[in-house]
Design a protein around this ligand. Structure first.
Ligand code: MFK
Length: 594
């Protein structure tokens, strides 16, 4: 009654005649009769004052907010350009990334959305009842595969045209690609990891073809690889959780039987996986020492899965563009690649590389949301002026920028280190740093990506929460970055493990190198930042000296904080180092000071 009165009162005010119709609808609702406008003599009922035309009938008002516009992500990234000018000043690289940036905007980004809106499906049976277990992906997902080959997104890392900087080049390209890729960077990470494992073990026999396909630029030949490590009992604890058994065959191959609980991008052509070789009596060795590494082709020549049943596709918070499946391995033909019992040690190469890819994706997500938020700040006005003129809003974006810059420099430094290692240029210090900083970068950027992207969504107000803007998917997809390829805690413990295994040498290298980054000729204006990093380094050293005297378990509890400190101090040093370069900009100096 009260609402009817209110509505009735409103019709007397200009511009609200439409409520007359609503009033009629409400007052007739008890008899379940809907009064249609064309049935009711609407003009007679309506007040004589006409409302603004723009709010009449089908009109919904004249204001429409301009959406944020994606521009060439390479051109919009001053730090990336500066970093390359400093370390890899190649005309060819510059122009490749420039052209690729255009392609991303005008072609690929739309495919990425299509991957999200057309998620993969599992077809278990054909119309005639035959079991087929076919994973059907969107045409856009297929195009991503072709594009990945054409653009050399894996190949660049193996062609090594730019020597020790080839990985940096490859990862810069992936960094541009990732937010538009519809998560295709996931299969590429595993593909790259598989190629690296195969190369490290020596390309021969069945892996010869695999290696050339994984690193091919020809879409016809290009293969992707899976990385099936996770079983129901073991996500992080691979050593005790892996139940898959490998039965030796008379021809030297194996048949794998087991259940893989998470297999990402399961439409892959091949996979690397772990299993336990059974002896003649069917016995296996428990724990990590019983695990061996296997290579398997996923499909036969007719394109049918062989020795595999796809149980179901996972229903996930994010990464919906990509099929993640539960697989029953039922006699999957496989080749053993590692020595027996050396599975974890051999797949570690894959873990290193996929963790680097993960870090690249994390920082690229931060950069993308920032680019969009910054563009939006020029298009959206509130309280009488564009968002870009609101100091608090811009301060928030600036904080995101500093975080993103720091993460970028950390990740690129790890890419630099792996490039040096792969080309035989790595010193002992580089090798130590690579081992220590890979988990540090992965865990730190994975968490920061979630924080920065979440903040980024907020900068669009309610629109950041609206599904078909494409923005919520960014946050959903970021959430996985701190989970897969080792959770934050597992990686924090990996940091402790590598410190222990090297008797602290990785830390020694860390201190030496970080100190050298801030000890080189820095600008006088950066002295505050230098002092700050220097004192944090001293604090960290003191903490570690005390920690080793504490009871066992103390460091384990501190592992996450330790890893974060390692990340933040190193980032501080990298920002100072970059800002001290002769070609640095004012923004570089500002970021270092922040
Ligand atoms: C866009 C990016 C997309 C990324 C792709 C995502 C696709 C998703 C696919 C997956 O999620 S696959 C599942 C990923 N699973 C994990 O990451 C497992 C996390 N758990 C761990 O990392 C554990 O720390 C680990 C399984 C490695 C522990 O196993 P163990 O057997 O207890 O390891 P242990 O005994 O410490 O080391 C065994 C050997 O491996 C040692 O070599 P040696 O025997 O020669 O001494 C270690 O040095 C070596 N190793 C272990 N971790 C290593 C490593 N080497 C280098 N780096 C590491 N991180």
């Amino acid at each position: 009654m009260a609402s009817s009165l209110l509505l009735h009162r409103q019709v007397t005010r200009p511009g609200y005649w439409v409520h007359t119709g609503m009033y009629r609808l409400l007052s007739h609702s008890s008899s379940a009769k809907v009064v249609k406008r064309d049935m009711a003599p609407f003009p007679q009922d309506a007040p004589t004052v006409e409302g603004p035309a723009e709010f009449s009938r089908a009109g919904i008002g004249g204001f429409f907010q301009q959406k944020p516009v994606l521009k060439n992500p390479f051109l919009g990234d001053a730090l990336l350009q500066g970093y390359l000018r400093r370390h890899l000043p190649s005309e060819a690289v510059y122009s490749d990334l420039l052209v690729f940036g255009e392609r991303l905007v005008y072609e690929v980004d739309g495919w990425g959305r299509e991957c999200e809106t057309t998620p993969p499906k599992l077809v278990t049976y054909d119309p005639w009842g035959c079991r087929v277990d076919r994973i059907v992906t969107s045409p856009a997902w297929q195009r991503m595969k072709d594009l990945s080959a054409q653009e050399g997104l894996v190949a660049i890392g193996y062609e090594r045209t730019y020597g020790e900087w080839s990985r940096v080049y490859q990862m810069c390209k992936l960094y541009l690609f990732s937010p538009s890729s519809g998560l295709y960077t996931c299969p590429l990470a595993m593909t790259d990891g598989a190629a690296k494992v195969i190369q490290a073990l020596g390309v021969s026999g069945p892996t010869q073809e695999a290696f050339s396909r994984l690193t091919s630029r020809n879409p016809e030949d290009f293969w992707t690889s899976g990385q099936w490590m996770t079983e129901r009992k073991g996500g992080s604890d691979v050593g005790s959780g892996t139940e898959t058994v490998a039965l030796p065959q008379s021809d030297g191959t194996y048949r794998l039987s087991g259940f893989k609980w998470f297999t990402s991008a399961t439409d892959a052509d091949m996979t690397l996986t772990l299993g336990r070789v059974a002896d003649r009596d069917g016995r296996t060795t428990p724990g990590s020492r019983g695990l061996s590494l296997f290579y398997a082709a996923v499909r036969d020549e007719d394109g049918m899965v062989q020795g595999i049943e796809v149980q179901r596709l996972k229903d996930k918070l994010g990464t919906r563009q990509m099929p993640t499946a539960e697989l029953l391995l039922d006699g999957l033909p496989a080749y053993r690649l590692s020595e027996e019992g050396r599975g974890v040690a051999c797949i570690a190469n894959m873990l290193t590389l996929t963790r680097i890819h993960n870090s690249v994706s994390a920082v690229s997500g931060m950069r993308r949301v920032l680019q969009l938020a910054r563009d939006y700040a020029t298009r959206r006005s509130a309280f009488g002026k564009p968002l870009k003129d609101h100091p608090l809003h811009m301060q928030t974006l600036t904080r995101m920028e500093v975080e993103t810059r720091g993460a970028f420099l950390l990740v690129m430094d790890v890419c630099r280190l792996i490039g040096r290692e792969e080309t035989g240029h790595a010193s002992q210090l580089d090798t130590h740093l690579l081992r220590l900083l890979t988990p540090v970068a992965k865990l730190y950027t994975g968490k920061q990506a979630i924080a920065v992207i979440s903040e980024g969504l907020e900068s669009f107000g309610g629109q950041g929460y609206i599904e078909d803007t494409g923005l919520p998917a960014m946050l959903r997809d970021a959430q996985v970055l701190s989970i897969w390829e080792g959770t934050t805690n597992v990686l924090s413990l990996d940091v402790l493990r590598c410190i222990a295994r090297t008797s602290g040498l990785v830390l020694q290298s860390y201190f030496t190198h970080t100190q050298s980054l801030i000890a080189s000729d820095f600008l006088p204006s950066l002295s505050v930042a230098v002092r700050s990093v220097d004192s944090a380094l001293c604090g960290l050293r003191e903490f570690l000296q005390e920690a080793v005297l504490k009871p066992p378990g103390y460091l384990e509890l501190a592992a996450r904080d330790l890893a974060y400190s390692l990340a933040r101090i190193y980032i501080g040093a990298l920002l100072i180092d970059h800002a001290s370069w002769e070609g640095a900009s004012q923004s570089d100096a500002y970021a270092a000071l922040r």
